[in-house]
Design a protein around this ligand. Sequence first.
Ligand code: NDP
Length: 237
Amino acid sequence: MRTSSPQQVMVIGGSRGIGAAIVRAFAAQGAQVRFTYAGSAAAAHALAQETASQALHCDAGDRQALVNTLAAAGPLDVLVYNAGVLLSGDPLGLAADDVDRLIDINVRGTYHASVEAARQMRDGGRIIHIGSVNGDRMPFPGLAAYALSKSALQGMARGLARDFGPRGITVNVVQPGPTDTDMNPAGGPHAELMHSVMALKQHGSAADVAALVLYLAGPHASGITGAMHTIDGGFGA
Ligand code: NDP
């Protein structure tokens, strides 16, 4: 890791929730942060102003747009791929296009962004994917597409860790459990059901997930790669 100039950080999907907490955490430690957004322009611009970061419009489900954004970004020290969508319902009733769109954003985007970032990343760079404990455990019906998308990140990280290891680039997955955001509000209708399978009967915070991301991007994590880092209140215990 370079220590003399600010870390160059790109967060894919940083306008809200866990992504916004990651933007705030890197900015607070002096990194130069750019982040992408798709639908939440007002939130993205407010966050950019608050954190002196740069907001870039880019749909993570559009491979060419994503690749162009990464190619234009220049050499990065850290890529965090956080963009993700949730789709729930009986698989027999879900629209196939919606399932494919989820896979585009959650899986294909993660892969192509990581490869494009690595193309020009400095040696010793860090690639961090935001997965989910649902990649390990899916105790509820109706979430197969989401779970498959998060399990896919595990194999991806293991493989890319081997590919980029010779350059000192690490690839890791952070796997939150229920975390209080727009996607999964602590006061939402399914909160109690989720808490029933957790050791700690409460949602986690986006700031705590961001702190784990920061650790993996920091100087003490240079030997950690190809690994899953679960922060889930015991959802998977
Ligand atoms: P939110 O729905 O609160 O926020 C999602 C973020 O992803 C927004 O900034 C959104 O940007 C961005 N995003 C979604 N689609 C796109 C897209 N096509 N292009 C660019 N950005 C996009 O979700 P969370 O903060 O809760 O989730 C963040 C990540 O954490 C996801 O990968 C999710 O799967 C994972 N996760 C969340 C858990 C939870 O309980 N909250 C638990 C486990 C994992 P915009 O609004 O601008 O489109």
